[in-house]
Design a protein around this ligand. Sequence first.
Ligand SMILES: [Zn+2]
Length: 262
Amino acid sequence: MDRRTFISRSLLVAGGAAVGAAAVEVPRLWPSAHLPFSGGYAPAADRMGYDITGNTSITWHVDTTEQVLAFTFDDGPGPKWTKLVLDTLDHYDVPATFFLVGSHVEAHGDLLKGRLDRHEVGNHSWSHPDLATLDAPSIEKQLSRAHDTIRSVTGRDPRLFRPPYGHLGGSTLMVADRMGYSLILWSHEMNETAYLKNPPGQVQEIVDHARPGQIILAHDVGSADRYVALSQLGAMFTGLRQRGFRFVTVPELMALTPKKTT
Ligand SMILES: [Zn+2]
């Protein structure tokens, strides 16, 4: 079992354990549905009749010494800002990874037509629920409906999956494994609400905190603060390049992972 497989299996166990613990002591402090690993017991795969490999990987950062990082944009496409993001990426010659919401692809797929050549797409569910609160068949519907729509609209067969809110609990990992997905989280994020007060300061924060192998979370759909953050993308790219960074998609970043010797 390699390290990532071990992590996947550990999280499955942790997910089951958290449900039991939450029932006893957590509800007074925090609704259990909001705990990262709670909200839905993860049934045994064989009881579900699922044939899974147990090899799903979870990546939030890639161990590399190369000055590379990956920008990711979640929740799109959307009519307000997806075009702005794609135009900015083109202008600055930056590849990125979009974690698409299936229902948004169905409604606004035209925004992506002919625009994804240099970019990667991933599955971010059909309607952005907290998958940790759903049972396995419902999670599978969320992923497969989004998968089919992304494929039919973009011509791409997504291999990456980012669960909404980064929640991995319940049966989420099991279903992702069954469908052959790699799970992608993030190691840094744009603090979007802070951009309203001090956009240059937030650009500097992104530039100063860049690390080799980092995966940065941003959103191209949502509240107005996200627009302010997106309007600063060019300044971020320029600042990061001045620090010697280059930009890659998430699969390109993952390909840099040092080979295990065991
Ligand atoms: Zn999201």
